[in-house]
Design a protein around this ligand. Structure first.
Ligand SMILES: Cc1cc2nc3c(=O)[nH]c(=O)nc-3n(C[C@H](O)[C@H](O)[C@H](O)COP(=O)(O)OP(=O)(O)OC[C@H]3O[C@@H](n4cnc5c(N)ncnc54)[C@H](O)[C@@H]3O)c2cc1C
Length: 469
């Protein structure tokens, strides 16, 4: 009987396995996995164990994979043991922080999932305006922990997204125009590479690796923790405006002109969605960080345009202001994205046409990248001003998602002539041909660094960069 489970649990899972609901571990790895389990400080949930059904799941219900085991790592030694084990038994490795990957790479069939959610500490160092952050922490708890010390940082807006995937791919949040991407604010990192070495990466040490992990995704090793810059942001001004489809074209033209002279203190976003109404509605949201009197002046220039159906404006403290509510886990969803340097008249017309055809529970959203996001010195390749978009559609569990998926693909295709690259964290597994484009001008250097730190492409369950030959 495997370690750590009762006879009752064992009989139950054996019965379920016999009924074909879960596949038992292969004979080749069953005994070695039990051995690995004994060596870990954290826990190993092997296929067939109680809790496996939950452990194998990721945020997006579209992915229904059956890894051989999920290792809930308690620390760096656990991660090292898992990498060694997976290499010895030639198992694919999926690295999981918040489990929100759009390509489903943080789970796999018959491989080993290295789950980092147990490595989730947040320790603020007030003297250096930084925090030590475990890469398994999710955005919501991160903001809350930082705020307990009166500071905040540059992460995303969905509280259940993990800091691991978000930061290594870039990290776009409410402070991006003022303080840059999440990856731009990493001061140093601990990385366990394919050969099991624990390396410290910073501007002074393993500088090539340090450059690569900030935008190059999970290609170079498992990043267990980072030192992150934090900021004093006592309050921000948050607002939103909701418009019906009859005003889309005018609002988009106004918005484009407004952005030309918008201050870096202001981060805006657009979202056309059919979650609450069909046809769609447009929400223009904004967050002003800085002097609130100036913020109100900026906000009023935005808020006086058109005839919004609803509007909000409030001063808020960071945790509440930065995290939207997390959507439910387990809903099947298909997402992709594109970066648009210019909101041209033709693109505006195309967006309006695509949105008019949107199925229920669909979204075409845009993050406005300007200011500090254009200046970072890391592998993140999108350093122009512009709009980073995501195109997504959900469907009910068990329902046919083909129409939703088709709309996402058609919208991506229709807007492709206006796009220049894509934010890597928006890509799905069908986008493999765009992985290279997502790394843009950084690709060749990233492939050289990959060859140095992971020549056998052990970390390939990601928007992959094969090692340069
Ligand atoms: C609902 C939703 C909201 C989102 N909102 C935002 C947003 O506001 N801003 C934004 O920038 N992006 C956003 N994204 C995109 C998000 O950044 C990516 O999906 C990201 O990959 C999620 O990270 P994760 O840790 O949750 O995912 P995971 O699936 O756990 O990880 C994603 C991938 O990153 C790699 N990885 C993760 N952790 C590590 C690690 N510690 N070491 C090495 N490799 C690792 C692995 O390759 C893994 O497959 C959103 C996505 C969703 C689904």
């Amino acid at each position: 009987m495997p370690d750590g489970i009762s006879r009752r649990q064992f009989l139950h899972t054996a019965a379920v396995a016999t009924a074909g609901l879960v596949r038992p571990s292969s004979a080749r790895t069953a005994a070695p996995l039990a051995e690995l389990s004994r060596k870990l400080a954290g826990s190993l949930i092997v296929r067939g164990n109680a809790g496996y059904g939950q452990a194998r799941r990721v945020f997006n219900g579209r992915f229904d994979e059956f890894p051989a085991a999920v290792a809930f790592c308690a620390g760096e030694a656990d991660v090292q043991r898992c990498i060694e084990f997976a290499r010895n038994y030639a198992l694919p490795i999926s690295v999981r922080s918040g489990g929100h990957d759009n390509g489903g790479y943080s789970t796999c069939n018959d491989g080993l999932v290295i789950d980092l959610t147990g490595i989730n500490h947040v320790r603020v160092n007030p003297s250096s305006q930084s925090a030590d952050v475990g890469m398994g922490v999710k955005i919501g708890p991160l903001y809350r922990e930082l705020w307990a010390h009166g500071v905040t940082t540059t992460a995303g807006t969905c509280p259940s997204v993990g800091m691991g995937g978000l930061t290594l791919g870039g990290g776009i949040g409410p402070l991006v125009c003022k303080y840059g991407l999440a990856c731009d604010n990493v001061i140093s990192a601990s990385v366990i590479t394919a050969d099991g070495s624990l390396l410290h990466a910073s501007a002074a040490e393993n500088a090539d690796l340090f450059w690569a992990i900030r935008g190059g995704g999970g290609n170079f090793g498992v990043v267990t923790k980072i030192e992150l810059r934090v900021f004093d942001v006592p309050r921000v001004l948050n607002g939103s405006l909701v418009y019906p489809s009859s005003q889309y074209s005018d609002v988009l033209r106004f918005y484009r002109d407004f952005l030309q002279s918008a201050p870096d203190e202001l981060k805006t976003g657009l979202s056309f969605d059919t979650y609450v109404s069909s046809p769609s509605q447009l929400t223009l949201s904004f967050c002003y960080t800085g002097d609130l009197t100036k913020g109100k002046r900026t906000a009023s220039a935005l808020m006086t345009f058109g005839n919004p159906e609803a509007s909000t404006l409030q001063a808020q403290t960071p945790p509440g202001a930065f995290s939207e509510s997390a959507g439910p886990s387990g809903i099947p969803s298909f997402q992709t994205g594109a970066f648009f340097p210019d909101l041209t008249d033709d693109l505006i017309d195309m967006i309006c046409a695509c949105v008019a055809a949107a199925p229920p529970s669909a979204e075409f959203g845009f993050d406005d990248l300007r200011g500090a996001s254009t200046t970072g010195n890391s592998a993140f390749p999108i350093r122009d001003r512009g709009l980073s978009s995501w195109i997504s559609a959900d469907w009910a569990r068990g329902a046919d998602g083909s129409a939703a998926k088709a709309w996402v693909e058609q919208t991506q295709e229709a807007t492709r002539p206006f796009a220049q690259g894509v934010y890597v964290n928006r890509l799905n597994e069908d986008d493999r041909s765009r992985d290279r484009a997502a790394y843009g001008a950084s690709y060749d250097r990233l492939a050289m660094i990959k060859a140095k730190y992971d020549p056998q492409n052990v970390f390939r369950m990601n928007q992959n960069i094969p090692p340069a030959i």
